[in-house]
Design a protein around this ligand. Structure first.
Ligand code: WTA
Length: 635
């Protein structure tokens, strides 16, 4: 147990166990009172809400009757205050270029870009896809969409053109915002050409806005493609934001599920903004003077909630870094922390494990004296990595917040509160306000403390997803039908005897590779789209660095010959279909896959084979055991 220090406690935004207990009790016993008060205190409303929550499971409406503008909450309301000339974004590009953008300047850029979008015919309710590097313009694009009530869908820059096409078509985006490229490990990641390939199959897209970042040559299709800088040169710097209904959609973010098709998680305005604002304030113990750095890419939910909306709504100074953590050397992050005086640092366990592997010497070259709080997100953090983070980066001085949450939850759900909660390495500890986690067995009965089960959230919360874009039926079956009316997170977990939560990981067919969610079904459907493949099954294998590695079992069509070259071809094929993050770690050919007599692939057996262990447990339903024997002999 690591208790908060007296020093940290004394200055914390929420410094006592008694306050946590009192507020937590109020938040779950009188949610309307608690959230109504927080919404009034933390957000600026144009029209006050009439009702805090309308809940007809599984559909929630928060702050009904209320109207606000999310971009106004992140920008305009800081103008005319001491924050006006404070840095909103400190940007460092991978080549070393540095820019500081104050709130006043950011406001001006967002107003101009909102006007530019309007000049291209974008209006409330339209969808815009954003496929950009980690540069301030990505945040400007998001905030300009929010300002107009345009629904953005950010597509991670590592996704392939096929993935762009599917997402753009699924939400009928009219506009794509991209860049000529971004810098990654000293090379240009070509974004515009990927968009061009995707747009051969997207009939609804009218315009593409292209930011010049790297200066590499790109093809511009007239009159579809427009340069960012040319639009901005013509745009007015004034833009009066309209107020939108609290439930107006803010964004769609696609995430992997248990089928081959990604889910378009829909978040709306008032509730989402409140969830991200309040968690940023208390979980990161945010102070006016902090330099806050969350290393997530804006293509993921963490980038939405804790690079853009949560911190900017709080008037924080956000550090944004474009490139790789080991460019030019493995100490780039520590160099950045010292150069800019970063005080709060939020990253993923997979990155921490990479730093550990690169060695302590790279860390020891830097002081890191400015740091006062550390965070972790995206996957369970193993206690060894936690201890290294605590000693080597935090110098035993900084509390670590291990934050459990999901794309669907919008904001942090279970986390230590710095200055209040004693940490246990590997546990995300206790629920945030309004969150009621339960661990249930297959019959919906609560399991005793210490036993594992499935993780559910039993009360609605403001930043919860509202539906899946265009597929409310899937929304209901995916999250609300395991046990009717309560939210199933897809994770396995347990409470320990102190009531601390330990999340073990996904128990559905979703893998967590380097903190990124990858659906096994998506990889399988990419594999079978290759002409040589008859059948494929994909499972995870424990991996020291990535958490999980992707192992593919493939049976070939007759006439095809297994070879190492074909393995590489298939790995490249998956990367092309989905993106480099889904490139399989290993491909194994098999004459047949282990199946039950009814023809279902027995993944449990494949997982055991992938992990290199014995095939244990019940195999009586297996149709043909010789398949297993030959799979084990393979590799
Ligand atoms: C996992 C990322 C353990 C979990 C914000 C969840 C975690 C999935 C933690 C969501 C944590 C995230 N401890 N596991 N602190 N944080 N996870 O949607 O399996 O990309 O269901 O959201 O990541 O991933 P997503």
């Amino acid at each position: 147990m690591f208790k908060p220090s007296a020093e940290f406690k004394a200055q914390a935004n929420l410094g006592s166990e008694a306050t946590y207990k009192r507020l937590y009790a109020e938040s779950v016993n009188s949610p309307a009172k608690f959230w109504g008060r927080q919404a009034k205190e933390l957000l600026t409303w144009r029209k006050p809400f009439k009702q805090v929550l309308q809940w007809k499971a599984p559909h929630a409406k928060w702050f009904t009757g209320g109207a606000l503008n999310v971009s106004e909450n992140c920008l305009d309301r800081h103008l005319g205050t001491a924050r006006e000339n404070k840095a909103a974004i400190i940007f460092e590009g991978e080549p070393g270029d540095i820019r500081t953008i104050t709130y006043k300047q950011l406001h001006r850029e967002v107003c101009k870009f909102a006007n530019a979008l309007e000049s291209l015919g974008m209006k409330k309710g339209d969808r815009a896809a954003i496929y950009m590097p980690m540069v301030p313009e990505a945040a400007i694009a998001m905030l300009a969409c929010a300002r107009l009530g345009v629904i953005h869908t950010v597509i991670f820059g590592g996704f392939s053109s096929e993935a762009i096409k599917d997402r753009v078509n699924d939400c009928d985006a009219k506009l794509v915002i991209t860049a000529d490229g971004g810098w990654r490990r000293g090379k240009v990641v070509e974004l515009k050409s990927a968009v061009d390939r995707a747009l051969t199959g997207t009939p609804k897209v009218e315009h593409v806005v292209v930011l010049k970042r790297t200066g590499n040559e790109v093809a511009m299709t007239q009159p579809r493609d427009r340069w960012w800088h040319e639009l901005m040169a013509e745009a007015k710097a004034e833009h009066k934001p309209k107020a939108f209904d609290s439930e107006h959609p803010l964004f769609i973010l696609y995430t992997s599920g248990s089928t081959g098709k990604p889910k378009g998680v829909l978040h709306t305005s008032g509730g989402y903004l409140l969830g991200t604002t309040i968690t940023t304030k208390y979980v990161f113990d945010l102070k006016e003077s902090d330099i806050y750095w969350c290393t997530a890419d804006i293509g993921w939910i963490t980038g939405h909630s804790y690079v853009v909306y949560g911190p900017l709504a709080n008037g924080a100074t956000v550090l944004m870094y474009e490139g790789a953590p080991n460019q030019p050397g493995p100490d780039r992050f520590w160099e950045i922390i010292d150069r800019h005086g970063v005080t709060i640092f939020y990253t993923a366990p997979t990155a921490i494990r990479a730093f550990m592997r690169w060695g302590d010497d790279y860390v020891k070259k830097h002081s890191l004296a400015s740091l006062r709080l550390l965070g972790s997100v995206g996957e369970p953090i193993n206690p060894e990595a936690w201890m290294w983070y605590h000693k080597m980066i935090g110098k035993k001085r900084c509390p670590i917040v291990d934050t459990w949450w999901q794309t669907e939850t919008g904001a942090i759900m279970v986390t230590p509160l710095p200055g209040v909660t004693a940490a246990k390495p590997g546990s995300c500890t206790r629920p945030f306000f309004g969150v009621v986690p339960k661990i249930l067995d297959d019959n919906g009965k609560e399991v005793p403390k210490g036993s594992g089960g499935r993780l559910f959230l039993t009360q609605p919360w403001p930043s919860m997803l509202r539906t899946l874009w265009g597929d409310d039926a899937r929304f209901k079956t995916q999250y609300w039908s395991e046990i009717k009316g309560i939210y199933f997170a897809g994770d396995g977990a347990r409470f320990d005897k102190d009531g601390y939560l330990w999340v073990v990981g996904r128990i559905d067919d979703v893998l967590n590779v380097s903190g990124h969610r990858i659906g096994t079904a998506e990889v399988e459907s990419a594999l079978v789209s290759h002409p040589a493949v008859a059948e494929a099954a994909v499972v995870g294998r424990p991996d020291d660095l990535k958490g999980q590695a992707l192992v593919c079992f493939v049976t070939l069509k007759s006439g095809q010959t297994a070879s190492d070259q074909l393995k590489d071809t298939l790995r490249a094929h998956v990367a092309k279909e989905i993106g480099a993050i889904a490139r399989p770690d290993s491909v194994r050919f098999a004459a047949g896959l282990p199946k039950t007599r009814s023809g279902k692939i027995m993944r449990r057996i494949l997982k055991e084979i992938a992990a290199g262990g014995e095939v244990k447990g019940d195999v009586t339903t297996l149709e043909d055991f010789s398949v297993v024997a030959s799979l084990q002999a393979e590799d």
